[in-house]
Design a protein around this ligand. Structure first.
Ligand SMILES: [Zn+2]
Length: 243
């Protein structure tokens, strides 16, 4: 029986819902160069362009054809029914975990649906698109909100809480993220170091240098619901591997 579980989700789980994020592209995000749309320098160079980019991403996310998939739903079920502690850490900036019902969730790379005051760092749920008039309510004069997204060169959110959770977990599952690139590579090392079981779920076969103890290859939407049923049934992963 597991008592404390940490789940890390990456681009792969969102891809199965039709959403692309910059972590899964080779230097591109929706055909835009990362350095133009996902760096502080790109933002400083052309605020209007970057704001239009994030406004479009948010419109796409809120368009009718994007929905959580079976993996998101299964993780929300795990949170609702698991008797121990669960923390879901996501590298994704969409809100598909929330839409599926997850509450104990940490967006380490920020959220598309929020803007941030550059002065106080307070975050605001966006009520209108980014623009010159979309400002904070915490400063006088009010400051123009910036996307609440961790850009390249910026520190991910919640690292203290993440490491605290990893130091005390007995199961760490990474879903749809390579697990071999920082910071996920550090997460699995921390979990292994503290004696947790470590499991990765990926569409492509695991890298042979992977630090995970178990590798499950296939669609998250098919594998994660099976894993969740195993955990809720009190089984140890690997003792009864899903097909
Ligand atoms: Zn402010």
């Amino acid at each position: 029986m597991y008592r404390r579980i940490v789940v890390l989700t990456g681009a792969g789980i969102s891809a199965e819902s039709g959403i692309k994020t910059f972590r899964d592209q080779h230097g591109l995000w929706e055909e835009h160069h990362i350095e133009d749309v996902a760096t502080p320098e790109g933002y400083a160079r052309d605020i209007d362009f970057v704001e239009r980019f994030y406004n479009t991403r948010l419109e796409q996310l809120n368009g009718g054809d994007v929905a959580p998939n079976a993996a998101h739903v299964a993780l929300a079920k795990l949170e609702a029914e698991f008797d121990g502690e669960l923390l879901v850490i996501t590298q994704n900036v969409d809100d598909l975990h929330e839409r599926a019902g997850s509450l104990r969730l940490l967006h380490m790379h920020g959220e598309l649906a929020k803007g941030r005051c550059p002065q106080s760092l307070q975050t605001f749920v966006l009520r209108e698109p980014f623009g010159v008039d979309n400002c904070c309510t915490c400063c006088i004069p009010a400051k123009r909100l910036r996307p609440h997204i961790v850009w390249f060169g910026e520190m991910p959110f919640g690292m203290d809480r993440i490491h605290d959770a990893l130091d005390h977990c007995d199961l760490f599952i990474a879903i749809g993220t390579s697990g071999t690139v920082y910071p996920a590579a550090g997460f699995v090392d921390a979990a292994n170091h503290h004696g947790a079981q470590t499991v990765e779920v990926n569409l492509v076969e695991a890298d042979r240098h992977s630090q995970f103890q178990y590798h499950l290859t296939g669609k998250a939407g098919e594998i994660v619901p099976q894993l969740v049923e195993q955990i809720l049934a009190g089984k140890v992963i690997g003792s009864d591997k899903p097909d």
